[in-house]
Design a protein around this ligand. Structure first.
Ligand SMILES: NC(=O)c1ccc[n+]([C@@H]2O[C@H](COP(=O)([O-])OP(=O)(O)OC[C@H]3O[C@@H](n4cnc5c(N)ncnc54)[C@H](OP(=O)(O)O)[C@@H]3O)[C@@H](O)[C@H]2O)c1
Length: 253
């Protein structure tokens, strides 16, 4: 499943799932553009992407800033002359007590701007080039888009539900151009997303229960992205691929 000569943008590639996705594409000989804000983390991931004599192209950008999203696409096209795959992975979790005015509107704006608005913005800018290449788009959603597990995560769940619907609309819109659009929905994956949301509990203390009695690793999500982005998935569009160790089903037991 080689991606030789393919040009792939991965947002939020400085950490967690995005880093694993970038490294997986680099292993498949793709030209990877890694996007994030944390310079030091970007440098570390870039080093890990130096595989098959390729150096990843690093763009330090805040995807909530429209000048930055324009720069991401402009620099990609200037450097590689095309775009084949857009992976909208960057995302944040915020926990809010909706029964109190716990900075609800600030958190709402931040979550929706990062998890939804920036995806719409970057995708809009990438679309003409993806139509040209008959490329594809993969968004990293979450099983939280299908179920609200904890009231404090509601804003995040809303953002992922919106992302699932956006994917469907884009799949319908771009199908006639041969552009596929899919979402990957992980259950709990061992990354820093919880700590960054101010959650100090360990994964054990958070008490996730799954059918397989394990949590996901970023590399497993990357494997699904690689499959969906490849020609092996040429008939797959408008789909949500779930990798949650059976978490959703477990919650119904
Ligand atoms: N971990 C899970 O359990 C889980 C489950 C389901 C879905 N997901 C989804 O998976 C995706 C990746 O999350 P993760 O778990 O890998 O979390 P993570 O380790 O915290 O990584 C988040 C990434 O998003 C980037 N990011 C956030 N805001 C950004 C902004 N404004 N501009 C540019 N980059 C930004 C961060 O980059 P910088 O720090 O460099 O800014 C970082 O690279 C998210 O969409 C998340 O919702 C995660």
């Amino acid at each position: 499943m080689s991606f030789d000569s393919k040009v792939v943008i991965v947002t939020g590639a400085s950490s967690g799932i995005g880093a694993a996705i970038a490294i997986a594409f680099a292993k498949e000989s793709a030209n990877v553009i890694i996007v994030g804000r944390n310079e030091e983390n970007l440098r570390k991931v870039a080093k890990q992407c130096e595989i098959n004599n390729r150096i990843p192209y690093v763009i330090n950008a805040d995807i909530t800033n429209e000048n930055d999203t324009k720069r991401i696409i402009d620099e990609t096209i200037n450097k590689f002359n095309k775009l084949d795959i857009l992976v909208n992975n960057a995302g944040i979790l915020r926990t809010v007590d909706l029964s109190k005015d716990d900075n609800i509107m600030e958190n709402y704006d931040e979550v929706m701007k990062t998890n939804v608005r920036s995806v719409v913005d970057l995708t809009r800018l990438a679309t003409p080039f993806l139509i040209q290449s008959k490329g594809n788009i993969i968004n990293i959603s979450s099983i939280s888009g299908r179920k609200v597990f904890r009231g404090q995560n509601t804003l995040y769940c809303m953002s992922k539900a919106a992302l699932d619907h956006y994917m469907r609309g884009m799949a319908i819109t771009l199908g006639k151009y041969g552009v596929r659009v899919n979402n990957v929905s992980p259950g709990p994956v061992k990354t820093d997303i919880f700590a960054r949301a101010g959650i100090t509990a360990s994964f054990e203390e958070m008490g996730f229960k799954t059918l397989l009695d394990r949590l996901g690793e970023p590399e497993e999500i990357a494997d699904i992205v690689i499959f969906l982005a490849s020609d092996k998935a040429k008939g797959v569009t408008g789909s949500i691929y779930t990798s949650d160790n059976g978490y959703l089903l477990c919650m119904q037991q």
